[in-house]
Design a protein around this ligand. Structure first.
Ligand SMILES: [Zn+2]
Length: 104
């Protein structure tokens, strides 16, 4: 197993794991109960960690890197309801109209 993510909170680690799951990558969450009971361990070692199979490491890192980077491109305006939407959304969160650029 390879560690691809480490976070101070379990919520962040769980989120990273969900991103990997959405990309079809199995992962394992470690240290979810260890934080706070650390004792003499270095703090980082007690943080929740997300691990993947060795062969999935590169793909997992790419998925996580993409998620951390703000989406590129301009915001777009929903044709149906006029809502301003961030580029990472491919459909309107308010009325579910698809981004016209995504339908091309
Ligand atoms: Zn809309």
């Amino acid at each position: 197993m390879k560690r691809v993510y480490r976070a101070a909170t379990l919520m962040q680690a769980a989120h990273a794991r969900n991103l990997l799951l959405a990309a079809g990558i199995d992962s394992e969450l470690r240290n979810q109960y260890l934080a706070g009971a650390a004792g003499d361990l270095p703090m980082f070692e007690t943080w929740p960690q997300v691990l993947v199979e060795d062969g999935d490491e590169a793909r997992a890192l790419a998925v996580l890197a993409r998620a951390e980077r703000p989406a590129e491109g301009p915001t777009w305006t929903c044709e149906r309801c006029g809502e301003q939407l961030e580029p990472q959304f491919t459909s309107c969160w308010r009325c579910a109209e698809a981004d016209p650029d995504e339908r091309r």
